[in-house]
Design a protein around this ligand. Structure first.
Ligand SMILES: [Zn+2]
Length: 122
């Protein structure tokens, strides 16, 4: 029988989720503090677009960033959240705002596999 687990943070609002008995069977899958955050997950990708652009504009225009830099450490460990950031990056490429690079070369946003860097499009 599982008992209380250490708290973790909601992937949307970042607030702490405190273990409750109703989650004893699926605590590993709990990612949101409640219905409101679960439902707003879809708008996260839009927020990530803004976060990526903000991060890039704070840097020199020639510098690149890793997409995970917009995430907290807890979020970086969640593959679903990482994919939302990549989706945001793809949309920014299609909007003509950024480029996705691997090994210093611009790659097709639909084709890349593995770690990427992002750069403002000049
Ligand atoms: Zn939340």
């Amino acid at each position: 029988m599982k008992t209380a687990q250490p708290p973790k943070n909601c992937l949307v609002c970042g607030r702490e989720i405190t273990w409750r008995k109703k989650w004893e069977r699926n605590w590993a899958e709990v990612k949101y503090c409640g219905e409101k955050c679960r439902r707003s997950k879809g708008t996260l990708a839009e927020n990530y677009e803004a976060a990526i652009l903000e991060l890039l504009t704070r840097r020199a225009s020639t510098s690149t960033v890793c997409p995970s830099e917009v995430l907290s450490d807890a979020q970086k460990r969640d593959s679903e959240t990482m994919e939302l950031v990549r989706q945001a990056a793809r949309r920014l490429v299609h909007a003509g705002k950024i480029e996705i690079l691997q090994s210093g070369r611009v790659v097709d946003p639909s084709e890349f596999r593995g770690p990427i860097r992002l750069r403002l499009k000049r």
